[in-house]
Design a protein around this ligand. Structure first.
Ligand SMILES: Nc1ncnc2c1ncn2[C@@H]1O[C@H](COP(=O)(O)OP(=O)(O)OP(=O)(O)O)[C@@H](O)[C@H]1O
Ligand SMILES: [Mg+2]
Length: 734
C-alpha cells in the first residue's frame, strides 16, 4: 500500500507563528504554558510529526505522555493522518501508568516483580482494603474503605512506606490507616498485584536501583513530550526527569489555571519549578484561543482572574463574539434537568447541531441521575461518562476475573471472585474461603497453592478443608488447569468462549430467559468483541488486553462515533471540547464544593474547575442553578455560586424570567407553582414577623426583587437565616 507521506511543510501549515516555534524548537527543554484552547495539544501532536518528518528522530525514540488513554488514542489517530499509519504505530504514546506498566513487564524482574503481575484497578484496590479491614477484625461499614484507600494512595505517591506512615501518626483515623496499610500491601504482594501508585513508584525504584536499565530507556526515549503537565504529581515529575535525564529533550505543555487534581496530589509546583530545574529551558506562550467565542473567552478570563495564586495572563481570541452566556435559574434539580432536555431538543431540531455536539457537565457523579431521567423521558440518546461503567458491571468483572486467573493463577482476589460469583465455585462457601485465607496468611503462600495442595498437586501442607468443599475445590482446580493449558494455544476470543463455557457463566446468562440476564449476556458478547480485536496481537495478547482493561479511566468510555449527548463530570472533561456546554448545579456547596469552603487553596481549585468547564464550550455556554435542591434526601434552598458573580453582566443573557417548569401531565409537579404565580404571596417588608410551616417563627431581614418575584431573607428563631422565594415560601404574616 502506498501511503501519502506529507513533508515538513504540511506539518507546519495551519499553525500560527508561536505554535510553529513551539513545534520546531526541538533541542533541549521546552516549556509551553498557555491557556485553554490555545492549541497546546495540537502543538504537541504536530511536534511529534515534525521530529519524524524533519529527520530528528525515529518514531521509536519518541515518548509522548497523555493524561488519559482516550487522549493517547486521539493523538495517535491524528498522527496517523500526519505521518502515516506505519510510522505512527512505532511511537510510544500513552499515559504514565500504561508506559510504566510496559517498562515493568519488561524489566521489573530486576527488582523482583513477576512479569505476569496483575494491575489492580480502583474496585480491586477497594476490595483489598476491605479484606485487610476484615483480617484486622475491623468493620468496613464503620471505616470507609474508600477514605482509607485514598489515604494509602496519597502516602504511596509520596513514597511513604507503611513503617514511615506509622511513625507520623497523629490522629485516631491515621492510626487505623496505619494498621490497614501494611496488610493492604501484603495482600497485593501475595497476589502479585500492583496498584496504580505502584506502577509509578516501582518504575522509579527500578531506575534508581539499576542505573543501567535507566540508561537504556534514556537512550531509547530521546524525545519526551508531556501533555497536561500541570496535573502531574511528584512521582510523575521524577519519572519524567529520570527518563529525559540524558538527552534533556523534554517538552512539557500545561496551564496552571487548569490544575484540578490537587486532591490526587497533583503538584502545581511542577510547572512553576520547571524553569528552576531547567534554567536553559525555552519558554513559549501561546496567546490566542482558537476554541471559543469571544463572549466565552472573556467570561472565563474574568472568572479566573479572581484567583490570587496565579501568574497574571490574559486570555484572548480573534473569534467572533458569538452569543451571550445563558444563565438560568431553575426551581429544583428536576426542573433544571427538564430545562436542559428541552434546550437540547430545541437546538437539535434546528438542524445544525447534533447530539454529540452537546455536553452536560456537573461537579459530582450523583448529579447525573435527574439529568438521565429527563433525557430518557425526552427520548434523547446520551452516554454517561464515569457512572457505572461497562467494566464495572458485575458480569464483566466476573469474566475479567476469570481471565485474570488464567493469566496469573496467583491472583487471589480474582480467584476469590471467580469462586464466589461463577458456577465454578458453586457450593464453596465463606467458611471454606476463610480457611483458605487463614492458610495463605499463615504460610505466606498464594491461595492458589493451597487449592493445588488439596487437589494433590502441590507438596505443601494443605489447608484444613475436607469432604465436599475439598472435592469441589479440587474439581474447580481441574477446570482452571484445563484453561491454563488451553491459554497457551488459543486466540483470546477462543479462550474467552472456552472459559465462559467451562466456568458455567455462558449457561448462567445465555440460557436464562429474563431480560436482565439477557442484557448481561449481551454485555459479555460486547466484551468478547473487544477480546477478538486482540486476536491478531500474537504472544502476550491476553495480558495486553487485561492491561488495557485495568487502565481504562473514566474519560475513556467516551465514544465519539455515536450521536449521543455526553454527561460528564467537570474533572473528566479536561482537554475536551464541545460546541455546546451546559454547566449545571452551579451552586454554593456543589461548585465550590462544600468540602472546599474552608481553605483558600481549595476554593481556588474549585474556581479552576469551573474555568475548565466554561472553556470546554466552543459556541454556546449555559450555566444553570436551582432555587432548591434535594441533598441527602431533604430539599434545601440553594445559593447561586459565587463564581457566577465574576462574569461581567454584559456577557450574560438571563432569559425572560426564571426558566419555568414544564407542568405537562407526563410528570406531575408537586407544589410547583411557578414563581410568577405570585398572587397568593403576601406583600413582604423588612421587619415583618412571619411564620413558615417548617421553620416556624421569624423576622424578615431583607427583601430583594428577583425577576417577577421576591427573594426574602428571614431570620428564623429556631432555624437561623434562610433565603426563600416569596411565591413559594407560603409565609403567613403575623
Ligand atoms: N492555529 C490554529 N488554527 C486553527 N485552529 C486551531 C489552531 N490551533 C488550535 N486550533 C484548534 O483549537 C482547538 C483547541 O486546541 P487544543 O485542544 O490543542 O487546545 P489546548 O491548548 O490543548 O486546550 P486545553 O487546555 O483545553 O487542553 C482545537 O479544535 C484545535 O484544532
Ligand atoms: Mg489540550
Amino acid at each position: 500500500m502506498v501511503q501519502r507521506q506529507p513533508g515538513k511543510r504540511d506539518i507546519l501549515t495551519g499553525l500560527n507563528e508561536e505554535q510553529v516555534r513551539a513545534v520546531t524548537t526541538v533541542a533541549g527543554p521546552v516549556l509551553i504554558v498557555a491557556g485553554p484552547g490555545s492549541g497546546k495539544t495540537r502543538v504537541l501532536t504536530h511536534r511529534v510529526g515534525y521530529l519524524i518528518e524533519a529527520g530528528y528522530a525515529s518514531p521509536w525514540h519518541i515518548l509522548a505522555v497523555t493524561f488519559t488513554n482516550k487522549a493517547a488514542r486521539e493523538m495517535r489517530t491524528r498522527l496517523e493522518a500526519l505521518i502515516g499509519l506505519e510510522q505512527a504505530q512505532r511511537l510510544t504514546v500513552g499515559t504514565f501508568h500504561a508506559t510504566c506498566a510496559r517498562i515493568l513487564r519488561r524489566d521489573g524482574g530486576r527488582i523482583g516483580i513477576d512479569p505476569r503481575f496483575t494491575i489492580y484497578d480502583d474496585a480491586d484496590q477497594l476490595e483489598a482494603v476491605r479484606q485487610a479491614l476484615k483480617a484486622l477484625g475491623l468493620d468496613p461499614k464503620q471505616f470507609s474503605p474508600r477514605s482509607i484507600l485514598s489515604r494509602i494512595s496519597a502516602a504511596k505517591s509520596q513514597f511513604q512506606s507503611p513503617q514511615q506512615f506509622a511513625e507520623q501518626v497523629q490522629s485516631y483515623w491515621d492510626e487505623v490507616v496505619s494498621r490497614v496499610y501494611p496488610r493492604y500491601e501484603e495482600i497485593l504482594r501475595r497476589n502479585q498485584a500492583l496498584d496504580f501508585e505502584d506502577l509509578l513508584t516501582e518504575t522509579l525504584r527500578l531506575f534508581h536501583e539499576h542505573p543501567d536499565v535507566l540508561a537504556r530507556y534514556q537512550d531509547w526515549y530521546r524525545y519526551v513530550l508531556v501533555d497536561e503537565y500541570q496535573d502531574t504529581n511528584r512521582v510523575q515529575y521524577l519519572l519524567v526527569r529520570s527518563i529525559s535525564g540524558a538527552h534533556r529533550n523534554l517538552c512539557v505543555v500545561g496551564d496552571p489555571d487548569q490544575s484540578i487534581y490537587g486532591w490526587r496530589q497533583a503538584d502545581i509546583r511542577n510547572i512553576l519549578d520547571f524553569k528552576r530545574d531547567y534554567p536553559d529551558a525555552t519558554e513559549i506562550h501561546l496567546e490566542l484561543n482558537y476554541r471559543s467565542t469571544r463572549s466565552i473567552v472573556e467570561a472565563a478570563d474574568a472568572v479566573i482572574r479572581a484567583n490570587r495564586l496565579r501568574i497574571e495572563r490574559r486570555l484572548r481570541t480573534e473569534n467572533p463574539r458569538g452569543e451571550p452566556i445563558r444563565l438560568r435559574e431553575c426551581y429544583d434539580e428536576g426542573h433544571e434537568a427538564q430545562f436542559v432536555a428541552s434546550e437540547i431538543r430545541r437546538l437539535t431540531l434546528r438542524g445544525d447541531l447534533r447530539y454529540r455536539d452537546i455536553a452536560v457537565m456537573y461537579r459530582t457523579n450523583a448529579q447525573s441521575r435527574p439529568l438521565e431521567e429527563a433525557l430518557i423521558r425526552a427520548d434523547i440518546p446520551y452516554q454517561l461518562i464515569g457512572g457505572l461503567r461497562f467494566y464495572e458491571r458485575k458480569e464483566i468483572k466476573d469474566a475479567l476475573a476469570l481471565l485474570r486467573v488464567i493469566a496469573n493463577p496467583n491472583d487471589s482476589v480474582s480467584l476469590q471472585r471467580v469462586l464466589a460469583n461463577t458456577p465454578l465455585g458453586a457450593g464453596i462457601g465463606d467458611r471454606t474461603w476463610q480457611e483458605l485465607e487463614r492458610w495463605a496468611a499463615l504460610t505466606r503462600q498464594p491461595v492458589a497453592r493451597g487449592i493445588a495442595a488439596l487437589a494433590g498437586q502441590s507438596d505443601v501442607a494443605p489447608p484444613q478443608i475436607s469432604g465436599r468443599p475439598a472435592r469441589l475445590l479440587a474439581e474447580a482446580w481441574g477446570t482452571l488447569q484445563q484453561l491454563w493449558e488451553a491459554s497457551e494455544r488459543l486466540l483470546p476470543s477462543e479462550l474467552f468462549d472456552l472459559a465462559l463455557e467451562r466456568s458455567g457463566l455462558a449457561q448462567l446468562y445465555h440460557d436464562a430467559g429474563d431480560p436482565e440476564q439477557i442484557e448481561r449476556w449481551e454485555n459479555l458478547l460486547q466484551l468478547r468483541s473487544v477480546l477478538a480485536s486482540y486476536d491478531s496481537v500474537g504472544d502476550g495478547a491476553l495480558r495486553a488486553f487485561l492491561e488495557e482493561s485495568a487502565l481504562v479511566t473514566d474519560a475513556d468510555t467516551l465514544d465519539d462515533a455515536s450521536d449521543q449527548v455526553t454527561l460528564i463530570t467537570l474533572h473528566a472533561a479536561k482537554g475536551l471540547e464541545f460546541p455546546v456546554v451546559f454547566l449545571t448545579g452551579v451552586e454554593e456547596g456543589l461548585l465550590p464544593h462544600a468540602r472546599s469552603l474552608e481553605s483558600e487553596a481549595q476554593l481556588e481549585e474549585e474556581r479552576r474547575l469551573f474555568y475548565v468547564g466554561m472553556t470546554r464550550a466552543r459556541q454556546r455556554l449555559y450555566i444553570t442553578y436551582t432555587f432548591r435542591r434535594a441533598r441527602f434526601g431533604a430539599a434545601d434552598l440553594s445559593v447561586r455560586s459565587r463564581f457566577v458573580d465574576d462574569i461581567p453582566v454584559h456577557l450574560i443573557d438571563r432569559g425572560d424570567g426564571p426558566a419555568r417548569p414544564d407542568t405537562s401531565p407526563a410528570r406531575p409537579v408537586d407544589r410547583r407553582t411557578t414563581p410568577s404565580d405570585g398572587a397568593s404571596s403576601p406583600p413582604l417588608a423588612v421587619g415583618m414577623r412571619v411564620f413558615h410551616a417548617r421553620f416556624g417563627d421569624g423576622v424578615v431581614a431583607e427583601v430583594r426583587p428577583v425577576q417577577s418575584d421576591q427573594e426574602v431573607v428571614v431570620d428564623f428563631k429556631r432555624h437561623g437565616r434562610k433565603t426563600l422565594l416569596a411565591s413559594l415560601a407560603n409565609l403567613t404574616v403575623d
